[in-house]
Design a binder for this molecule. Sequence first.
Ligand code: ADP
Ligand code: MG
Length: 365
Amino acid sequence: MSLSVKNLSKQFDSKYVLRDINLEIKAGEFLILLGPSGCGKSTFLNCVAGLESIEKEGKIFINNQNVTEKAPKDRNIAMVFQSYALYPTMTVRKNITFGLFCRGVPKAKIEQILNKTVEMLQINDLLDRKPALLSGGQRQRVAIARAMVHEPDIFLLDEPMSNLDAKLRAEMRIELKNLHRRLNSTIVFVTHDQVEAMTLATKIVVLNEGVLQQVGTPDDVYRIPVNRFVAEFIGSPGMNFIYGELVKSDQKICVQAQGVNFPVSGYEFQNSPEEGHPVILGVRPENVHATLGDRNQSTTLGIDVRVTNLENLGSDVCVFCDFHETKLIGRFLKNTEKPVYGEQICIWVDCSDCSIFSQSTEKRL
Ligand code: ADP
Ligand code: MG
């Protein structure tokens, strides 16, 4: 089922927490709402579910039906809360089926739905346990099962993995992705974890201070961030930012910073800014290399830097360095490139896949 949010705003104590959000979510989409803590993600889900009132301009449509005035139970939405909110005194079986029982679904039918669901989520063996005796991952699956049995049109998941350890989280990511493939349901999943967002989403929505920043595929938001905030929030280690100004050198466009010209001639400007425009050049760590190799010299520049730290990532090493006052991070292949702490080295900055933002607006140019 599709979900459409129009002009959604929300105030608490006359302060806007969400500002004029417009969003179209297609049926079967796995949408991730990503943003820092306190930016309004949970409030957004609560508004969509009908658990919070919204400002009067706002409208919510499910499959083109206006549900703005409908009660939460009439929206056919299921929500999994961050805390799971399982009933502690009930067994897993009871937790999952209680809602169906309350709705008067016949016993045989309940049993049938239960069996199908627990098999899919691989929690068949846990039916007689109480939540206290379950691991975090098992609790999460029970919470998802409890939402699934209602066969909702739309799933809303509020940071469902934040309580799990890293290994379990990676497993749950795969499980959730498989589940989505099988059910083809529409999912809105909230997280502040950009790795989760990049790996799970068919579409990412980046939110900051209640304002929608960018909507796009994981590749879009990673490669073509619309502003400095999105560029900085997505990717780990984060994007490098070099402050400078646009100049022309040999008829080619460059970003001049600290007396050198970064060659950005291949960059596709959205509008053509003037020479001298103060800009921020954004380069991902994987585009900073130890050697020129067979890289294109017309988009790659060697600069002298001092190595200030090294971080071993197993296959790669993150090299932290100072380029005058600017801090840069390069992600080098470990076996071929061996920088040493404290050394002065030359690094190669490949600008063929860079971003350029205006210093004044921090928007993409
Ligand atoms: P997130 O889920 O992104 O961390 P929330 O949606 O929970 O953010 O909160 C967004 C902002 O709204 C925060 O500043 C929070 O303090 C505020 N807020 C949330 N719920 C309420 C409430 N019921 N009353 C007043 N302020 C609230
Ligand atoms: Mg929240």
